[in-house]
Design a protein around this ligand. Sequence first.
Ligand SMILES: CC(C)(COP(=O)(O)OP(=O)(O)OC[C@H]1O[C@@H](n2cnc3c(N)ncnc32)[C@H](O)[C@@H]1OP(=O)(O)O)[C@@H](O)C(=O)NCCC(=O)NCCS
Length: 172
Amino acid sequence: MKGFTVVPALVEDEHAMCDIFLNHISTHTEYISHGEIQMGVGEGKFVDGKFVTGVSPQARHYWMKYIHGNMTDPEGAVVNKAVSVDGEIIGFCVGEIMEDGAEPFGMVCDVLVKESSRTGGVGTALLNSVLEWFRNKGIRDIYLESGLANHSAHEYFMRRGFVKVSEIYKLK
Ligand SMILES: CC(C)(COP(=O)(O)OP(=O)(O)OC[C@H]1O[C@@H](n2cnc3c(N)ncnc32)[C@H](O)[C@@H]1OP(=O)(O)O)[C@@H](O)C(=O)NCCC(=O)NCCS
């Protein structure tokens, strides 16, 4: 990457981030985890006994609702964007503090970099920005979830200290 900065995203960036997100998941349905399915962005079907993920027809509506909720909750969530030297949004990340446990814990919800801007350190900078935000809030217990077949991303996160701790099952 020629150069980039990671800064907080603004409400007016929501549509551009949504475009990056939908563009990615419509061609890489392996990104879709149970979380995207539960929030109405993705779909999961059993085809010949195999679990197949896809994009919901209402994906844009539900994702905009999700991102707007996080953008307008500065205490409970962080949304950062990576911007190229030309001012283009080339990636973003989302982290949420979940309060429904015994102690608050962190969820890295999304880390996504445009295909043309990958392997130049943007993803690592975005991930580190979320982890730093959690640390500054005193959150040490940090999770992420990822689609079943998103293998290269799993390896990417494991090289950055994440360890698989659970599996999710869905009734057919
Ligand atoms: C995962 C992702 C965010 C990384 O972004 P990035 O800007 O490329 O990240 P970096 O430049 O910091 O690191 C690039 C990594 O990709 C690896 N890589 C390089 N070429 C690759 C390729 N063709 N296929 C897979 N990984 C590759 C590099 O080895 C490097 O990992 P390492 O530093 O551990 O060796 C990006 O690939 C992406 O947006 N993927 C799709 C979305 C996704 O699945 N996100 C994670 C789920 S939440």
